[in-house]
Write a protein that binds this ligand. Structure first.
Ligand code: SF4
Length: 331
């Protein structure tokens, strides 16, 4: 079948490993965190058991998503080592790791580059106003801290995913400023492979009482983001947070081209299960869209990887073709 590129919507077949839910921040909309010391850490034995079960299920990406141990905590080194070891383990089992563990020190980031094909951190919003409200108890959400991460990722040539969390008390002007900041960083370093536009979606664990982001606003944000961001940055929306097919299609029409990692559970929004791939395909196909799996590394960044990671990517592509599954595309 011949398809125009504009008809293709991608997603990453993914599974999320959570080294720990403990987090020293307390974002008031969080549905993920546990208090420090209240969440056991995922052991390598437990992780290996999970990973073995995932082999031959068509999963490419292991998203390593962690709550944060304070940078000055005596447990920080062990926390970081656990994340590193989980990445190594995922690689050894034939998966491609992508880590989002919150703000990292420069050397931590450099070290993780050797075992991740890409990494991520949501910028969320750069307005400092949120430090007075939803981020009052979240030092990791200080905008300068997160912007610094994007700079370091650029300096280290790490293919990077970032994004905006929408509807946490910011203004529409704040959206455009945050997008401008991402655009400027990408213009300088060329490292942002995708930007997620994530609508705030209330869950049972959060203590901030606020409505969900209005889905009718999302296409407008996407369209403006498409104008602000360089064309080589893909716009991503989470399909489990855009529940109405009509709005999902409106988001695609406005310029969204990726649905992110889709797996058994959205750990950040556990109240919103991911839709089945087939159901998604059925929803978007009548409008001319075709859903295609992709890797957590966009192909234009292949040269930034070490030879070992390049080989890991090649192995996944080879296995994919051997199994006769839908071939991962080069966008
Ligand atoms: S949103 Fe992230 S940084 Fe904030 S409390 Fe939850 S896990 Fe921690």
């Amino acid at each position: 079948m011949t398809m125009g590129v504009s008809q293709i919507i991608t997603y990453s077949p993914a599974y999320t490993l959570v080294p720990t839910y403990e987090c020293f921040n307390r974002c008031s909309y969080c549905n993920f965190r546990a208090d420090p010391g209240q969440s056991s850490w995922l052991t390598l034995t437990e992780a290996d058991h999970l990973l073995k079960q995932l082999q031959s299920q068509g999963i490419c990406e292991i998203l390593i998503l962690s709550g944060e141990v304070h940078p000055h905590s005596p447990r920080r080194k062990a926390w970081f080592q656990r994340i590193y070891d989980l990445c190594e383990l995922a690689l050894s089992r034939g998966f491609l790791p992508h880590t989002n563990g919150g703000p990292l020190q420069f050397e931590e980031m450099r070290s993780l580059k050797s075992v991740n094909v890409s990494m991520g951190l949501m910028l969320e919003q750069i307005t400092p106003q949120l430090q007075q409200t939803v981020h009052r108890h979240a030092p990791s959400k200080i905008p300068q801290v997160r912007l610094q991460q994007l700079v370091w990722a650029g300096e280290l040539q790490i293919p990077f995913t970032t994004g905006l969390l929408l509807g946490i008390g910011e203004t529409s002007e704040d959206w455009w400023e945050t997008l401008d900041a991402i655009a400027q960083l990408h213009t300088q370093y060329g490292h942002i492979q995708e930007v997620i536009l994530q609508p705030h979606s209330p869950g049972h664990q959060q203590y901030w009482q606020a409505p969900a982001f209005d889905p009718q606003q999302l296409p407008q944000v996407i369209a403006k983001a498409r104008q602000i961001l360089p064309a080589d940055i893909t716009l991503q929306i989470p399909p489990n947070l855009v529940l109405d097919d009509q709005w999902l299609l409106a988001c695609l029409a406005a310029g969204a081209r990726d649905l992110g990692g889709i797996g058994p559970k959205d750990e950040v929004n556990p109240d919103y299960p991911h839709p089945q791939i087939q159901r998604l395909q059925n929803s978007i196909e009548p409008a001319g869209w075709h859903l295609v799996p992709r890797l957590p590394l966009y192909p234009q960044y292949n040269d930034w990887l070490s030879p070992r990671l390049q080989q890991a990517v090649l192995n996944i592509r080879f296995n994919d073709i051997q199994q006769g599954s839908d071939v991962l595309i080069d966008k």
